[in-house]
Design a protein around this ligand. Structure first.
Ligand SMILES: [Zn+2]
Ligand SMILES: [Zn+2]
Length: 290
């Protein structure tokens, strides 16, 4: 007689997911499976498919759908920074696979060769899917987040570079491993498209550390996430801006929501400042000596 935990152990060796016929191949009969489900040692995902309990809800949904977790859902689950997009479950089905109808299905489907995992696609596959599915910006920010957290290895990065379509390879080459926030990644990419370079955490003479410097003389500070809203720190910000101005820097302040959701406003403001400064001497020397 099989103990429920023995059935769970077999399920685990199979990769956290087991089909009824695979359990049968191990000699586990239907009665033992039912007992294991009743005891909570395994859970029934859909007809003939069982899994270990404790898989995250999106993973269970992907399995119920007949595939594995994919795309932006994998990025979220791995703790990568993801642009606030839809909260839908993205599922990958094998080329010959088919979707299983299930209650409340709002899954986004991908089709590709599945890797060794029975619960999710590889991180490289997930990133490749993201670029096509949720766009360059979300892809790039998730990629830098994966590099920063060392979740994507140098080998993984090389694989990504090889497999990504040639017209998008520059995104992999532009990505850095020292971006400290998704916001920084977004800014770097979007400014790069405008031909502007972003420097993060810059020491500006007379002012101290600022969030970002665009080009040579434009300070970009992003407020709102660390209590800039009270009176004393508002005053401190004004003082900083005044000191920066005295040293020839312009400061623009935005908050997170503006950068993420209303980028066109931020872009217009930056471009207007840059255009106005074009006739002035570059200030690179001052920055370099800082
Ligand atoms: Zn997707
Ligand atoms: Zn579904």
């Amino acid at each position: 007689m099989w103990h429920p935990m023995q059935v769970a152990a077999i399920c685990e060796t199979l990769g956290a997911v087991a089909r009824r016929r695979e359990l049968a191949q191990h000699g586990v009969d239907g009665r033992a499976v039912r007992r294991a489900v009743a005891s909570g040692a395994i859970v029934r995902i859909r007809s003939g498919v069982y899994a270990l309990p404790g898989l995250p809800a999106p993973t269970r949904t992907a399995l119920r759908h007949g595939g594995v977790l994919a795309c932006v859902s994998v990025a979220r689950q791995r703790g990568l920074w993801v642009l606030p997009i839809d909260g839908l479950v993205h599922v990958a089905l094998a080329p010959h696979g088919h979707a299983h109808p299930h209650a409340d299905c709002t899954c986004v489907q991908h089709w590709n060769e599945l890797g060794p995992s029975r619960t999710e696609v590889t991180l490289v596959d997930a990133l490749l899917q993201m670029r096509g599915c949720v766009g360059e910006d979300a892809f790039f920010a998730a990629l830098e987040s994966a590099l920063h957290q060392r979740i994507l290895t140098p080998l993984g990065r090389a694989e990504l570079r090889d497999r990504i379509t040639e017209s998008a390879r520059w995104l992999v080459e532009l990505a850095r491993s020292d971006a400290e926030s998704g916001l920084e990644s977004l800014l770097r990419l979007r400014l790069h498209r405008l031909g502007l370079e972003l420097h993060a955490q810059v020491q500006v003479p007379g002012v101290g550390r600022v969030d970002f410097v665009i080009g040579d003389r434009l300070i970009l500070e992003v407020d709102g996430r660390d209590g800039h809203d009270d009176e004393p720190s508002r005053h401190k910000d004004r003082v900083r801006d005044a000191v920066a101005a005295a040293h020839g820097f312009d400061t623009i302040r935005f908050d997170y929501d503006l950068v993420v959701h209303e980028w066109h406003l931020v872009e217009q403001a930056i471009l207007a400042k840059v255009a106005r400064d074009l006739h002035l001497e570059p200030w690179s020397e001052r920055l370099r000596s800082a």
